[in-house]
Ligand binder design. Structure first.
Ligand SMILES: Nc1nc2c(c(=O)[nH]1)N[C@H]1C(S)=C(S)[C@@H](COP(=O)(O)O)O[C@H]1N2
Ligand SMILES: [Mo]
Length: 366
């Protein structure tokens, strides 16, 4: 596992399991995601390339270029002084979360359930910065640039993604410099990253040093071919892959995670078993969650916390009667459009994105 991170990096993330990968990629167990705001020590890390050398935050500049009337060059102090500073809670999930459960297997980082977290993000609205710069008539898409470099193609950017201009102007899209009330850690893109609630993690560019506005869909690193794209009409394993039939992922599916009890639990009393976790989705809000303690043979509608912030995850909970012996807990969330998590079969696509297969947790009732 030859990633080059110093010991202090690993020490700062005691809850992560590190993936077999040249880049630094780690995820926690589901049980570590039980707090409403995921603590830094349990927040997954996904790097496509190297960890860039970041100098003093005071020296950081954000350039705003491309289809704007007035290019800008802003320090972090300028950002916080010239624009309203806002806070919001939002789920950040890697599009590849759950890839390890696909059958047949798909190459790429073998995430299980943990490439997701919910944090409080503080920053300024991308919209406010773009309004200051003034968009030209031609502006249709953003392009996010950062100094991290590919580990396989020396000198090339590791990742340069973008979003449609309408999402760039949405009130929830931020340029964030703090996470859970602390300065944004370097592992999470400090000193400045993009926050795009509802979009896959790939859109949340870390170490943002240039925000470019383009007159067409961005074609930067990992925006092309099948990268972070889904086939418009479903493709089965072994079917011919034509990237022309793929579209950029701009929404995340409804999903849930059981965070209590932990996998391998023993429930030693006659009392009902307390089951709880989180439900989230992209643009379409969560409508409800049902849970089962017998692997899906019978179901109970869970209590769902009232809608709070639109892109934060919502607590579900239930007290389930269990019979002695092995217990398999299952949770299935659904959204307001009536879409439900698949119960048995992970949705397959050539790159293994957006797997929202129902989460199962096994234990024993003694
Ligand atoms: N500059 C840069 N930004 C990036 C990435 C990257 O490799 N480089 N990875 C993206 C992907 S694929 C994800 S899922 C999220 C992960 O954010 P995290 O490491 O803070 O959890 O960052 C995104 N932003
Ligand atoms: Mo990702």
């Amino acid at each position: 596992m030859p990633h080059p991170a110093p010991d202090a990096v690993f020490a700062s993330k005691p809850r992560l399991r590190w993936l077999e990968d040249d880049a630094l990629n780690g995820e926690p167990d589901a049980a570590a995601l039980d707090p409403e705001l995921t603590p830094d020590e349990a927040f997954f890390v996904r790097n496509n390339g190297d960890m860039p050398a970041i100098g003093a935050p005071e020296a950081w500049r954000l350039e705003v270029t491309g289809e704007v009337r007035q290019p800008l060059s802003l320090s972090l102090t300028d950002l916080a002084r010239d624009f309203p500073v806002v806070d919001l809670s939002a789920v950040l999930e890697c599009a590849g979360n759950g890839r390890a459960f696909l059958s047949p297997p798909v190459s790429g980082a073998q995430w299980r359930d943990g490439a997701v977290g919910c944090a409080r993000w503080t920053g300024v609205r991308m919209r406010d910065v773009l309004q200051r710069a003034g968009l030209t008539e031609a502006a249709v898409y953003t392009a996010h640039h950062s100094p991290d470099r590919s580990l396989t193609a020396p000198g090339k950017p590791a990742l340069s993604r973008g979003i449609p201009i309408a999402k760039a102007l949405a009130p929830e899209t931020l340029l964030a410099f703090a996470m859970n009330g602390a300065p944004l850690p370097a592992l999470h893109g400090g000193p400045l990253r993009v926050v795009v609630p509802g979009y896959p993690g790939s859109a949340w560019q870390k170490w943002l040093d240039r925000l470019e506005i383009r007159d067409r869909e961005h074609d930067g690193e990992k925006m092309r071919g099948t990268d972070y794209r889904l086939p418009v009409t479903p493709l089965g394993p072994g079917e011919a892959v034509d990237p022309a039939g793929f579209a950029v992922i701009t929404d995340m599916p409804v999903k849930s995670l059981i965070t209590t009890p932990a996998a391998g639990f023993t429930h030693g009393s006659k009392a009902p078993l307390a089951v709880a976790g989180w439900a989230w989705s992209g643009a379409t809000p969560v409508a409800g969650v049902r849970v089962s303690a017998d692997g899906g043979a019978s179901w109970t509608e869970a209590n769902l916390a009232p809608t709070g912030e639109p892109f934060a995850w919502r607590r579900f909970s239930a007290a389930l009667t269990v019979t002695r012996g092995p217990v398999t807990l299952v949770a299935v969330a659904r959204d307001l459009a009536g879409r439900e998590q698949p119960l048995d079969t992970a949705p397959w696509n050539p790159r293994g994105y957006c797997n929202n297969l129902a989460h199962r947790v096994a234990g024993v009732a003694a």
